[in-house]
Write a protein that binds this ligand. Structure first.
Ligand code: GDD
Ligand code: MG
Length: 364
């Protein structure tokens, strides 16, 4: 477990959430394994940990737990040893970390990196670990500025960078600095989390540490950062990686307007742009237009159809001349010809819409 930090460092990835805001894409798969730039999302985070010298990563799984090991196995291909912990019942973000504590090998004073498993972040993890050590902190949180902080945890700090409060999903105007979902925790902090019940790290553990006067330090860095909790942010992360706006050790392609995965068939007159990804075995027919979108494995896009700012799930079919703008099509759904889907509409997995079945009176 050697790291550039110079001490033992292990990581826990908290990946048990059901991904409700991403439905129907998460009906059959955890959000952490959805393809982002053609790679199961978690591979971006695991290789980032490996690049920081962390070589042992514990996954705290719950929702659709078995898929993680089926996807990543021992972790060898990603350059780490992967260890899988499973919660029978979801235990919350701190309960999940406590539940896998017995799988960690570090000693009481050793730091552990814990991450939300849905964050694409370019921040310097080695610098965050160095700040943790330099400040003799109990916990060091990566913080970022958010344009709209309301869906996140707000984390005000004092002039020395010490955290003064932790306000999860608060509507109050308390600054725009938010919890970016990557923590360095001393092992002793993990051992203090209650066992056997659901515990939220944001609503219980962090406020509790502050109330006890423990040293909770901020590491603020404004590198690329995105939470993949919604279809819009999933698509944005994917397109940003393809276009080189975001970087990941798991994505080694040069910046481009599109990524066509092996086995996809794209007609020469089709146009794929704005960072779109076309999955393995997908078929894009003549004159179709795909912009700023993710078309997953084995999906079919018919002649002259347009897919803009959207996700087309695996094995879904979009008929000729259909327009899909700002919409999500679930796994295996079939959309007939000459339909118009827009304004955030979501078509459920396996649903069938006939030719011209959905239209909007306004232009889409
Ligand atoms: N194992 C396990 N068990 N994992 C869980 C559970 C659980 O009961 N509940 C949630 N998770 C995992 C999710 O899979 C995700 O990786 C992570 O914990 C955070 O859950 P989200 O549901 O994505 O939370 P959020 O995005 O609304 O808010 C969190 O992340 C923000 C940054 O992206 C909070 O930590 C906020 O404070 C933070 O600002
Ligand atoms: Mg999230």
């Amino acid at each position: 477990m050697g790291t550039r930090y110079g001490r033992r460092v292990e990581a826990v990835l908290v990946v048990g959430g059901p991904g409700t805001r991403l439905r129907p894409l998460t009906v059959h798969h955890p959000k952490h394994l959805l393809p982002v730039a053609g790679v199961p999302f978690l591979a971006h985070q695991i290789t980032k940990l490996a690049a920081a010298g962390i070589d042992r990563v514990v996954l705290a799984t719950s929702y659709r737990a078995s898929e993680f090991e089926q996807t990543f196995g021992s972790g060898q291909e990603l350059g780490v040893e992967l260890v899988y912990g499973i919660e029978e019942e979801p235990l919350g973000t701190a309960g999940a970390i406590r539940n896998v504590a017995s799988l960690l090998r570090g000693r009481r004073a050793d730091p552990v990196v814990a991450l939300n498993g849905d964050i694409l972040s370019g921040h310097d993890l080695t610098a965050q670990l160095a700040r943790h050590r330099a400040c003799s902190a109990d916990v060091t949180l990566h913080l970022v500025e958010a344009e709209d902080p309301r869906p996140f945890g707000r984390v005000p700090t004092d002039a020395t960078g010490l955290v003064t409060a932790f306000l999860e999903k608060s509507p109050d105007a308390l600054g725009s600095q938010i919890n970016a979902g990557c923590y360095v925790l001393n092992r002793s902090v993990i051992d203090e989390i209650p066992i056997g019940r659901s515990v939220s790290i944001e609503r219980e553990t962090f406020p509790g540490l502050l109330a006890k006067g423990r040293r909770v330090m901020a590491y603020t860095e404004s590198a690329y950062w995105l939470d993949l909790g919604t279809p819009k942010s999933l698509v944005q992360a994917s397109c940003d990686l393809v276009r080189g706006i975001a970087q990941s050790p798991a994505y080694d392609q040069p910046p481009a307007e599109s990524r066509i995965l092996p086995g996809a068939v794209v007609a020469p007159s089709a146009s794929i742009s704005r960072g779109s990804t076309i999955g393995r075995g997908a078929e894009i027919e003549a004159e179709a237009v795909v912009q700023g979108s993710v078309v997953m494995d084995s999906a079919t896009i018919g002649k002259g159809a347009s897919i803009v700012d959207s996700v087309v799930g695996p094995a879904a079919r979009v008929g000729a001349g259909t327009h899909v703008h700002d919409a999500v099509i679930g796994d295996g759904a079939t959309i007939g010809e000459a339909c118009e889907l827009a304004n955030g509409v979501r078509v459920w997995c396996g649903a069938t819409l006939g030719d011209g079945a959905v239209r909007f009176s306004t232009d889409v």
